[in-house]
Design a protein around this ligand. Sequence first.
Ligand code: ADP
Ligand code: ADP
Length: 232
Amino acid sequence: MLELIEVTKVYVQGRRTVPAVQGVSLTVRPGEFVTIMGPSGSGKSTLMHLMGALDTPTRGRALFHGQDLQAMSDRQRSLLRRERIGFVFQAFNLLPTLTAAENVALPLLLAGRNRRQALQRAGECLEQVGLSHRADHFPDELSGGEMQRVAVARAIVADPEAVLCDEPTGNLDSQTSREILTLLSRLPEPARRAVVMVTHDPTAAAYGTRLVRLRDGRIESDHPVPKSSVPC
Ligand code: ADP
Ligand code: ADP
């Protein structure tokens, strides 16, 4: 469903060009939970932005369900990000003036859904992440782990086919990280949804179904992760 074919991304910084990703081919299938690891500067975030239609390749093609992202208009890419791809970030990115339920409902409200329906769906998603009792709380009344649960609920509110996570446990202690990783590991759906996560956390890969290592903008290794490898 997410497919990169011989993708290269070159950034231009003044007179210098920085090859962030070089000739990468990667296919993510429904049901997978792909962990992407690699040293700082190895191209992880760039790869995620290319898969999430946040950026377009310099060379090669990025496809979503066979559709070339570069051939879409900005508006089509924006709709795709809003309705079919969910994002989770290290910094949670919640709006401080909205309650947890309103933060979760926001993507649906922006898409024009009515407030009652949007809040009802937000309630279902908060329940899914175990946070129904915090629905009316504001972000500054929540712990880091709770804020990230709200962000996960927001990422799935439109029932997207892909959930892309950029260092989702980067601001969390190890116990809370495990809880968030467990939550993320339940999101892939066999014939429908995949999760891709960029992380520095060496324990995180055990929660995924596949581990891709990047080095200098290239794929260094790409292996399935055995199911039983999550530490108790
Ligand atoms: P990672 O996520 O693995 O740390 P990135 O994808 O952020 O790696 O960066 C890969 C390379 O591309 C780095 O050398 C980085 O400095 C460069 N880079 C990333 N984004 C930009 C940008 N917007 N402009 C210029 N260079 C960038
Ligand atoms: P619009 O163009 O409709 O205002 P955007 O395209 O900016 O909306 O954003 C659509 C979705 O993509 C957002 O809900 C957000 O989750 C994600 N997004 C936007 N910008 C970024 C970014 N810089 N990094 C990661 N995700 C982003």
